[in-house]
Structures are given as structure tokens and as C-alpha cells.
Ligand binder design. Structure first.
Ligand code: AMP
Ligand code: MG
Length: 267
């Protein structure tokens, strides 16, 4: 999955990254179903190991344009993990008390503890994206926030957290289809907001803001991956593989068991 990782210092031009690419699978969704099943199983094994060992902390940050597939990715990729060791945390528009503090204040309490996997559905990155696009912060403050974010993430990594950040990259045409589907399907209408149309009009500004944020905060400690996400099945395959590869690199092991267990007889 190295092909999707943004290396520190890389320039990011989202317009050159094909949102509908499915390289290893040549566009064949059917072949992918059994592969995704295997990956979900492997992810469940690794999450069990992480929980049992209780040594590492794992954070996945998910960002995307509206309709980019954050919820669907969570639903599909994490289907087989044990909810006991996994937490999902969404970040919506800040509340009054949240706005009365610095932007990392609401984030820090939700980072994973020992043995935990946490998924951020949106994150502290909103504070260099949506607020920037809406002109609520100037560029100088955004530069400083990039530095805070790099240092905040470095702190988490220094203290035992593994961080993976994923941008689900869809095209503007794909967003149009997905917004239309939300309008057309009665059970999806609740997800539609007229504000989504206004945000869509700022598509190019969002893409520029994402390019800048990703380039400025993709570090060796906390790398960004830009994942082609127009094809949901391919997106799920890639995100699950990134997680598996990262977790395997931790070289985890089940904790040692008590001595003499072979002699134990349960009466
Ligand atoms: P959704 O993900 O569709 O539930 O929408 C959540 C909304 O909250 C999105 O429009 C985000 O842009 C917005 N949001 C999340 N974090 C922030 C933030 N820090 N500042 C402003 N808006 C935010
Ligand atoms: Mg929304």
C-alpha cells in the first residue's frame, strides 16, 4: 500500500490521483469479495492480539469530502472486529464549550489507550480544512496549526500510539451521484443537508486545503494515505490492507501465560 502513502516533503496534487483506480484488481469487483473477507478476518486477529497484549495504542484518522465514504468504510472494514476493544469517535461542528477552548482540547480525551483501536470519523484536521475554506482562520494561523498537529501527533507516537491517516479521495462527479442518491432514497434523505450543496460549490477550495494539510502533516511518525475511493469495494480493500500492514509491523505477541497450566484440571 506504499503507493498510496504520502512521503514527508512530497507535493500533493489531488487532481493527478485517479479516484476510480483499482490497480491490483483490474476493476473486478467479484474477485474482491473473498479477498475482503480474508482481510477482515486478519484485521480481527490483529485487533484481538493488540487488545490481549495491551501494549500498543492504535489510531486511524479518516477524512474525506462530504459523501466520501467515511461511514461506509468504518461499517465494512471493521465489521468483524471485537467492539470491546474498538471505539469510534465522530467530530461534528464544535459545541459552545468546545469553541471556548483550543481546537485540540476536544480531541485529546478520545485518543486510544493501551490495547485500544480508535477511529476518528473527522478529526482535528477539520480545524485546518472547513474553517480555512470558510475564511474563519488566516493562513498564518493555519501554518501554526500544522505545526501543532505535527507535534501533537508526534507526542502521541512517542508515548506509544501508532497513527494512520487516510484521505478517501472521490471525484466531484462521484459526489454528485452520491448526493443525488441521498435525495432519491427515502431512507437516506436524513443524511442530506442543503448545506452540502453550498460546500460542494467550494470543491476546489477544499481540494487545495486538503493538499496543503496532507503535504504539511504527512510525517514518518503519522503518515497520510490518499486512497482512491470512487469504487467502494476497492476503497475497503485498500484501507483494510493499510491497517493490516501497519499492525503486522508492530510485531505483537500474546502475553505469556502462567506456568503449569497444562496440569490444571477443572473439576
Ligand atoms: P457529517 O460528517 O456529515 O456528520 O458532518 C459533520 C459536519 O461538522 C461537517 O460539515 C464538518 O465540516 C463539520 N465540522 C466538524 N468539525 C468541525 C470543526 N472543527 N469546525 C467546523 N465544522 C466542523
Ligand atoms: Mg454530512
Amino acid at each position: 500500500m506504499e503507493r498510496y502513502r504520502v512521503r514527508p516533503g512530497d507535493a500533493v496534487d489531488l487532481s493527478t490521483i485517479d479516484t476510480s483506480a483499482t490497480p491490483e484488481f483490474e476493476g473486478d469487483k467479484d474477485d474482491s469479495i473473498s479477498v475482503l473477507d480474508e482481510r477482515r478476518q486478519r484485521l480481527a486477529e490483529l485487533q484481538d492480539l493488540l487488545y490481549a497484549e495491551g501494549k500498543h495504542r492504535f489510531l486511524l484518522v479518516l477524512q474525506a469530502m462530504d459523501t466520501g465514504g467515511k461511514d461506509g468504510t468504518i461499517r465494512h472494514v471493521f465489521r468483524d472486529v471485537d467492539p470491546i476493544g474498538v471505539r469510534m469517535r465522530g467530530f461534528k461542528k464544535p459545541t459552545e464549550p468546545e469553541l471556548a477552548h483550543d481546537y485540540l482540547w476536544r480531541v485529546h480525551p478520545h485518543v486510544p489507550g493501551d490495547g485500544e483501536v480508535v477511529v476518528f470519523n473527522r478529526s482535528h484536521y477539520e480545524d485546518v480544512l472547513v474553517v480555512r475554506v470558510h475564511g474563519l482562520v488566516d493562513d498564518e494561523l493555519v501554518r501554526r496549526r500544522f505545526r501543532h498537529i505535527r507535534e501533537f501527533e508526534q507526542l502521541l507516537v512517542d508515548e506509544g500510539t501508532t497513527i494512520v491517516k487516510v484521505f478517501l479521495h472521490i471525484s466531484k462527479a462521484e459526489q454528485a451521484e452520491r448526493l443525488q442518491a441521498r435525495l432519491d432514497e427515502p431512507n437516506k434523505r436524513w443524511k442530506f443537508s442543503k448545506a452540502d450543496v453550498a460546500e460542494r460549490a467550494r470543491w476546489d477550495d477544499y481540494q487545495r486545503a486538503y493538499e496543503d494539510a496532507i503535504a504539511e502533516t504527512s510525517t514518518d511518525a503519522a503518515p497520510w494515505y490518499v486512497v482512491p475511493a470512487d469504487r467502494k469495494w476497492y476503497r475497503n480493500l485498500v484501507v483494510s490492507k493499510i491497517l493490516i500492514d501497519t499492525l503486522e509491523a508492530l510485531d505483537m505477541a500474546y502475553p505469556p501465560v502462567e506456568e503449569g497450566l497444562d496440569d490444571v484440571v477443572i473439576e
